[in-house]
Design a protein around this ligand. Structure first.
Ligand code: CO
Length: 499
């Protein structure tokens, strides 16, 4: 071990602790904080953020990186750690402090304006803020730099190593297969199963979620499952992964699938090698890869015929009156019920990715200077009609529905669909490697899948970028085809369709 490496590890340990504290503060804000604590908490979060930024961009870190880059005695893990930290260091130091401040301020105001503009369906109220956000994001992208195009720099913040054109190609393939499939499935659809709207006591839903997350492998001595309006998962420290879900009395599947989704994220976080905890390699390969883990447990496992029927048997023990007469077929159909819906977060598995693709296309147009912020509402409505065949009645249920753009998260949306694409491709590979997974799901047995994910994905941390990791595991470049095949298989099973 070189002296420079030891010094760098000391700094990384400190950064890990600061990230953990910031995570805990964020978790507390969403789960426990009284509502009047908001203003002081915002300042506290900004203070911690400032300290983290200063520690990361300390010129001494740059010196250590320079020294280690010239050292050819480093092993693979050290070399990759230096490479990952270099990326982050460069990104953080290339953007001028003034621009960082402006971005924070502008997105804070824009977010505030969004919380009022959305319920009032008032795009004009947020337009000047959004214009400013997009201008600053362009400046940020230019400061960071890119090889291909501007949007690459933004995408890289969430999906390192992936280019806009690569995503575009994958999404085109997805849309081409998906749009006719949606038409066919919706034509063949049966009426909505009645159990989907009922009255399901929250206490019992919670008991089920707590049981379910442990049952599929979440180590509850190394994490917690709590409640928050928007479910999320966050790492506070080694052996401390916080996930949240939400309960709605009239919607049983919503809590079950939020819990399965977040457990997928949490299992990934619990699966990184302990010895890498403080190193950049001991983390996720990309947000898309993280999302692939959540989607796999939510969809490929949770919405499979076999696992759904296993869950129904368990649920009937808690909801005998409510679910007593529901058949496995009906339950399977219900938790996969497809609809053309206006709101992304309520969309089903079949139509969800069309919501993402249209957002990606709009972002790309903005950052390719082919679209003005002022024209977003109309462009949104046109895309909605083109992809989903419906037109929003107002901007509140249209262009204003998500907080991402006001929050300055341009480049984030595509990771949702990349995750879905990865999840289908990886599950298909796991099933081919292992065989007979679905049969085991019927008995509630999922440990062989988890072991496969631990070996092939979780234990690899960020040694490779997501696309390279997926390519290595799959033996070929990831594509949308396995996802399309999977959806076709599922809906031909449910509605006896021949595609
Ligand atoms: Co997620």
């Amino acid at each position: 071990m070189t002296d420079a490496w030891n010094k760098l590890v000391e700094r990384l340990e400190e950064l890990t602790d600061l990230y953990g504290i910031a995570g805990l503060v964020e978790w507390d804000q969403a789960v426990l904080m009284p509502s009047k604590g908001g203003a002081s908490r915002a300042r506290a979060s900004a203070t911690i953020g400032g300290i983290m930024h200063a520690r990361l961009t300390d010129p001494a870190v740059g010196d250590l990186l320079g020294e280690l880059e010239a050292d050819d005695s480093l092993d693979d893990v050290q070399t990759r750690s230096v490479e990952l930290l270099r990326r982050e260091y460069d990104r953080e130091t290339k953007v001028p402090a003034k621009l960082v401040r402006e971005l924070t301020e502008t997105t804070n105001f824009a977010y505030q304006a969004w919380t009022e503009a959305k319920p009032a369906s008032d795009f004009a109220a947020i337009e000047p803020h959004l214009k400013k956000v997009v201008e600053l994001k362009k400046e940020q992208a230019d400061a960071i730099g890119y090889e291909g195009e501007r949007y690459d720099a933004l995408l890289d913040l969430y999906e390192p190593g992936m280019t806009s054109v690569e995503v575009e190609t994958m999404f085109e393939e997805l849309v081409e297969g998906l749009r006719p499939m949606v038409d066919t499935v919706l034509d063949a659809r049966a009426p909505r199963p009645e159990f989907l709207s009922g009255n399901y006591e929250v206490d019992r839903q919670e008991r089920f979620s707590q049981w379910l997350t442990r049952h599929i492998g979440f180590d509850a001595d190394a994490g917690r499952l709590d409640t928050s309006p928007h479910p999320f998962t966050i790492m506070v420290g080694q052996g401390d992964i916080r996930q949240t879900t939400r309960y709605n009395e009239s919607d049983l599947p919503s809590s079950i699938y939020a819990t399965l989704h977040e457990t997928g994220h949490a299992l990934y976080d619990q699966g990184f090698p302990e010895r890498w905890h403080d190193l950049p390699v001991g983390s996720y390969a990309s947000l898309g890869m993280h999302e692939s883990q959540s989607r796999m447990w939510e969809n490929q496992v949770g919405r499979s015929r076999d696992f759904a029927s296993f869950m129904l048997r368990e649920l009937k023990k808690l909801f005998e009156t409510e679910l007593g007469s529901v058949t496995p077929d009906e339950f399977f159909e219900g938790v996969n019920y497809p609809e053309r819906s206006m709101i992304r977060v309520e969309a089903d598995e079949l139509t969800y990715n069309l919501h993402i693709v249209m957002r990606f296309e709009l972002e790309l147009a903005l950052f390719r200077d082919e679209l003005e912020v002022a024209d977003l509402p109309e462009a949104w409505n046109v895309k909605m009609e083109q992809h989903l065949g419906i037109r929003p009645g107002n901007d509140g249920e249209g262009v204003l529905q998500d907080m991402h753009w006001a929050g300055g998260m341009q480049g984030y949306f595509p990771t949702y669909s990349l995750g879905t694409i990865y999840s289908a491709a990886l599950f298909d590979k796991a099933n081919r490697d292992l065989g007979g997974l679905e049969g085991e799901f019927g008995k509630g047995e999922t440990s062989r899948l988890l072991d496969w994910l631990r070996t092939n994905i979780h234990s690899k941390g960020h040694m490779l970028d997501a696309k390279d990791l997926a390519t290595k595991v799959l033996g070929e470049q990831p594509s949308a085809q396995p996802l399309l095949d999977y959806l076709k298989g599922k809906y031909s099973d449910i509605y006896s369709i021949t595609f």
